[in-house]
Design a protein around this ligand. Structure first.
Ligand SMILES: NC(=O)c1ccc[n+]([C@@H]2O[C@H](COP(=O)([O-])OP(=O)(O)OC[C@H]3O[C@@H](n4cnc5c(N)ncnc54)[C@H](OP(=O)(O)O)[C@@H]3O)[C@@H](O)[C@H]2O)c1
Length: 512
């Protein structure tokens, strides 16, 4: 049985890059993301032996904390959310490298204090001045933060060590215009090769292994085109409702929250051409080319190709739950979509005429994200002769979460004297085969930033290309206006309109 022992030499898709000793400054260090993902993620990397031995983490925020209380906050986050359980000795070692600087994001004195503290801390931690600034704060305060970093002299030039890098959390903008503005603000201070825009979906193990599956095996790529693929379905289903995020979600909706970023990134990896090298910009050029080939959906086409809907009251694990409009902090006449299904095409030689059906929603029956590539039917001869009961087609499914793995549906003969054909699944599960939980997406991505590998991050041009495409839909919705959206009961797979969208093509959504 192979074991998934982490090997620092494998960090980075592009080459054998090593994460370098560095300080990580988390703006918003006392916030939710920091507590749930970043601090536990760093602790896990240390436990796995892949975090550089010399590191420092500095939380920066207005919240009234000091080093000790920041360490206590980290401990609590690790106890609650970490992949690996809290080991007191390991935590003590980890905590020695945690620090906190209290200050406002627009306060120059706070940045001077941060610079001074970093200069004091780094020699003791063995950090040679490499610094990563993580903007784990709302987009509205990112601009001021970037400007203040520059004013305080905290940003070093891109081409000589020690390095300065910046991580920008999603959402990257609310629309094309605001994304351009944020990108321009960051670009005033940082060179593009210092900028790491996070889309944590790209850090998920299966999403990365898609590249390996496609380009490290000889059997898939020859079939990966319009000649053999009937259609592709990408699903990101969430079980939860809007929860406590209504203030954000009311302004966002499912298209902005899921499709414009995560689903399009997954689509890019699924559909991109083989890159001629694994260097970050070559891979990212090919991902962007998919976005450029996406046929625009705008104006009247939007009604034909896109379904939006909202969850109504229903049941979640047998418990009655309210509809979206009755959730706390949601307007009673809200028209924010909690579900989107759409059909799109990539107008290039490889994918000409192959529909890509994308869907995402809240309050679905279960949490599940997957890519399913359905191959064309076999000809109606030999075994596929009954027009009323055609054989089930081959489907290759990549499960992104949960239960990461791959499965291939194939037709086989039922044992016995008669020739009866039955579809079976060949199934590979990461958990079973490798016997260990995959690292969390944030762990992988943090390590990549430390190693300077931007392959799994979004480049400025790709962010703007995906917004350009999404704007066609958003603008059509805005022009049309609406007072009501189709409803689907909480705990169901979406509205009837979505069934019709795919049903009109003689196909149906996969049952997950
Ligand atoms: N949480 C997640 O799971 C998640 C997932 C994906 C992306 N993100 C993104 O990551 C970033 C941080 O998310 P989060 O959930 O950690 O957010 P959060 O807890 O609401 O905010 C993080 C910190 O930002 C500061 N802050 C919040 N609102 C502010 C304002 N109006 N002005 C100035 N400072 C403000 C607060 O720091 P102080 O009050 O202590 O100064 C807060 O602790 C956001 O951009 C979010 O969209 C989060």
């Amino acid at each position: 049985m192979p074991t998934a022992s982490p090997n620092p030499l494998t960090v980075g898709l592009s080459k054998a890059l090593l994460p370098e000793p560095c300080s990580l400054v988390i703006f918003g260090g006392a916030g939710d993301l920091s507590r749930r993902k970043l601090l536990p993620g760093l602790y896990n990397l240390m436990r796995d032996g892949v975090l550089p031995a010399n590191f420092a983490v500095v939380g920066f925020a207005r919240t009234d904390l000091d080093d000790e209380r920041f360490r206590a906050l980290a401990r609590e986050g690790i106890e609650k959310y970490s992949r690996r359980s809290l080991d007191p000795d390991a935590f003590e070692h980890f905590a020695r490298n945690l620090f906190f600087v209290r200050g406002g994001f627009a306060d120059p004195a706070a940045y001077a204090a941060l610079a001074k503290r970093l200069d004091e801390i780094e020699p003791g931690c063995g950090v040679p001045g490499n610094r990563i600034f993580y903007l784990s704060i709302p987009p509205s305060v990112m601009g001021v933060c970037v400007d203040q970093l520059q004013t305080a002299g905290l940003v070093r030039p891109p081409d000589a060590p020690p390095f300065s890098r910046i991580i920008v959390e999603k959402p990257i903008g609310h629309d094309l215009e605001s994304a351009r503005q944020l990108n321009a603000t960051v670009a005033r201070v940082f060179d593009e090769n210092q900028v790491f825009r996070i889309d944590h979906y790209l850090g998920k193990e299966t999403v990365q292994s898609l590249l390996v599956m496609r380009f490290a095996n000889s059997i898939f790529e020859p079939l990966w085109n319009q000649k053999y693929v009937d259609h592709v379905q990408i699903t990101v289903a969430e079980e939860e409702g809007v929860g406590t995020r209504a203030n954000y979600y009311e302004e966002a909706g499912a298209l902005r929250d899921m499709v414009q970023n995560h689903i399009l990134q997954v689509l890019c990896l699924t559909a991109m051409e083989p890159p001629w090298s694994l260097s970050p910009d070559v891979v990212r050029d090919n991902r962007r080319a998919v976005l450029q080939g996406l046929r625009p959906i705008a104006g009247k086409d939007v009604e034909q190709h896109v379904v939006r809907a909202q969850y109504a009251s229903g049941f979640h694990h047998g418990v009655e739950v309210p509809g979206y409009r009755n959730e706390p902090n949601v307007k009673p006449d809200s028209t924010t979509e909690t579900y989107v299904a759409l059909k799109c095409f990539i107008d290039n030689w490889r994918w000409a005429g192959v529909p890509f059906y994308l869907r995402t929603g809240k309050r679905m029956p279960k949490r599940a994200s997957e890519i399913a590539v359905q191959f064309k039917e076999v000809p109606p001869i030999l075994f596929n002769t009954d027009l009323h009961s055609p054989l089930e087609p081959n489907v290759l499914t990549v499960r992104i979460q949960p239960d990461e793995g791959l499965s291939l549906k194939i037709a086989t003969k039922l044992p016995g004297p008669k020739v009866r054909i039955y579809p079976v699944k060949m199934d590979f599960r990461y958990g079973t085969t490798f016997g260990e939980q995959s690292p969390e997406a944030y762990e992988r991505l943090l390590l990549d930033v430390m190693a300077g590998d931007a392959t799994l991050f979004m480049r400025r041009d790709a962010v703007e290309a995906s917004w350009t495409w999404a704007m066609g839909i958003l603008e059509a919705w805005q022009e049309r206006g609406t007072r009501w959206l189709p409803q689907y009961p909480a705990g169901s797979w979406g509205p009837l309109e979505a069934e019709k969208l795919i049903g009109a093509d003689g196909r149906k959504w996969r049952a997950l």
